[in-house]
Design a protein around this ligand. Structure first.
Ligand SMILES: Nc1ncnc2c1ncn2[C@@H]1O[C@H](COP(=O)(O)OP(=O)(O)O)[C@@H](O)[C@H]1O
Ligand SMILES: [Mg+2]
Length: 278
């Protein structure tokens, strides 16, 4: 990459990760040493919004992150989605400069570092924060579409892990048409309604993905919707009743039988102060 404007402002360091769309490097902002993450996305992987009245087009990832920043209420402390600090549209690629929480690891690494499933209490703390975060997205008319451990960062600076959301590369606005028969997200985590009928809706699909995250925190094996539906993956029988109920309800085959994201906030096992739903 030869981008003098970027190089003048940022110092890039080691690679932090690589997903299905781009490569991400750590670095910092030269002016104030702020830690940043630099995400390179090849242009063929960029999804664009429609042109606005000035003929301008943003990538959906940028448009979604800008909207989230606009909606941020300073009174509720740090919001879950990391901030977009800057971006560059080059001929071959797009570069996003993102907030990099320190110290933090993505949730898949966090699980791997644990060398086995997490303690139920720790998994519950994380899932509660996840449920709050995806509720905030729903309230903002944003559908992430790819909630999974690799797209969640866990800040590990304090005793209680703190969740942040990353990777809005496949997300979309739910107040616009978003269903086109194609599954944007991780195929192995697709909800049954997509597998059987190629349809899915934001709320129930997100609840399924919350279940996937909880499942992967509590089991040795990675989740796979097809295997789960064929009964080749089982929910651990030694989990607490609340936890089993929560997983089973997120994994209801029929989308409208799953709890809504709002109901998940008061689900026993997510919120220990509430009674279990009947
Ligand atoms: N802001 C960030 N801070 C720290 N690590 C990050 C950040 N963004 C991404 N990463 C790391 O890079 C990986 C890939 O980033 P992601 O945005 O998910 O790319 P992709 O769209 O290709 O999946 C993540 O799984 C995570 O490990
Ligand atoms: Mg990703």
């Amino acid at each position: 990459m030869n981008n003098y404007l970027f190089d003048a402002k940022y110092k890039q360091q080691n690679q932090l990760g690589k997903g299905g769309c781009g490569s991400v490097y750590g670095g910092y902002r030269r002016a104030d040493n702020l830690p940043v993450a630099v995400k390179y996305i090849p242009k063929e992987n960029v999804v664009w919004t429609e042109k606005n009245e000035n003929g301008q087009q943003l990538s959906v990832e940028v448009a979604v992150m800008l909207k989230l920043q606009k909606e941020k209420t300073s009174s509720v402390g740090k919001s879950a989605p990391v901030s977009l600090l800057d971006w560059y549209d080059l001929n071959e690629e797009q570069i996003l400069v993102l907030e990099r929480p320190v110290p933090a690891v993505d949730l898949s690494q966090f699980i791997e570092n644990n060398k086995g499933p997490l303690q139920e209490n720790q998994a519950k703390t994380i899932v509660k924060q996840l449920v709050d975060a995806v509720n905030h997205l729903e309230d903002t008319n944003i559908f992430h579409r790819d909630i999974k451990p690799q797209n969640i960062l866990i800040e590990t600076g304090s005793e209680i892990p703190h969740l942040r959301l990353i990777d809005f590369g496949l997300s979309c606005f739910t107040d616009k048409e978003y269903e086109d028969g194609w599954f944007y997200g991780t195929e192995k985590h697709a909800p049954p309604e997509y597998i059987s009928k190629s349809i899915y809706e934001a709320g129930p699909a997100t609840v399924w993905q919350v279940g996937v995250v909880l499942y992967e925190m509590l089991h040795e094996s990675l989740f796979d919707s097809t295997k789960f539906l064929k009964n080749e993956l089982k929910i651990r029988t030694d989990l607490s009743p609340d936890c089993k109920r929560l997983l089973k309800s997120c994994f209801m085959r029929t989308p409208w039988r799953r709890p809504t994201l709002k109901q998940l906030q008061i689900f026993k096992g997510v919120d220990s102060t509430q009674p279990a739903p009947s």
